[in-house]
Write a protein that binds this ligand. Structure first.
Ligand SMILES: C[S@@+](CC[C@H](N)C(=O)[O-])C[C@H]1O[C@@H](n2cnc3c(N)ncnc32)[C@H](O)[C@@H]1O
Length: 218
């Protein structure tokens, strides 16, 4: 009997419903577009001025592309040569530096810095040190757009692992920090918080709960 004839067609609506609901959970290995930066582009354009935007941990360059498409100059860094190569392919207009975020930044002054999900690998003291260097790189009135893992990011390790420090765990061999609102307010106590929201991103293979934070250097 053919597969088509053997299929019990009365179950079709349930199968379609299941497929639709699974689409939100499975990306079959492909990254989906995550347009979180779009609503901030007017602010980014206003504050960037003529200086390049500093992008920290650019990964595959999804955010880099969103910026260069708007004719914004971007200097991006990432620790991984493979990520830099991938980003260079999608957004060749940007300047790239393969380096650790803990090394001196490739630019000294900027009106805008961006770090999407790239600042959670560090102990609190190192994390604070990086934030201070970002702050010092920004001109007064400069903005920092940042996304940080939420403590509710259960698909990506927030259930725990060996705790190294408060909210800082060993997750599948990697040190990973998760944030609650009070961690964020503490980290950015000397910044002006323009926006602070907990939200979910579909950029990865499972929904990822994160904090989207927009800060201004006073
Ligand atoms: C989760 S990915 C996020 C990538 C991209 N920003 C995004 O939102 O899609 C984290 C990125 O940070 C980079 N990274 C990890 N540790 C780093 C370090 N110490 N210095 C610079 N980049 C680092 C990784 O190579 C990776 O590309």
């Amino acid at each position: 009997m053919s597969v088509v004839r053997a299929f019990n067609w009365k179950f079709l609506p349930a199968v379609v419903r299941a497929a639709i609901s699974m689409r939100g959970r499975i990306s079959f290995g492909r990254h989906r577009r995550d347009d979180w930066l779009d609503r901030w582009l007017p602010l980014v354009k206003e504050r960037a001025g003529v200086l390049p935007i500093l992008e920290i941990g650019c990964g595959r360059g999804e955010d880099t592309l969103a910026l260069v498409r708007e004719n914004l100059a971007v200097t991006a860094l990432d620790l991984s040569p493979a990520m830099i190569a991938a980003a260079r392919k999608v957004a060749p207009q940007a300047q790239y530096h393969c380096q650790d975020v803990r090394a001196p930044f490739p630019i000294q002054k900027s009106g805008v810095a961006i770090a999407s999900l790239s600042l959670h690998y560090f102990c609190w003291a190192e994390f604070q040190g990086i934030l201070e260097r970002i702050r010092n790189t920004l001109q007064p009135g400069g903005v920092f757009l940042c996304r940080l893992n939420s403590i509710r990011d259960v698909h990506f390790g927030a259930q725990g692992g060996a705790e190294i420090e408060h909210h800082f765990y060993r997750v599948y061999g990697v040190s990973k920090r998760f944030f609650d609102e009070s961690d964020i307010r503490k980290a950015f106590a000397d910044w002006r918080i323009l926006s602070l929201e907990e939200t979910t991103s579909d950029r990865f293979h499972l929904p990822k709960v994160l904090w989207e934070v927009v800060l201004e250097r006073p």
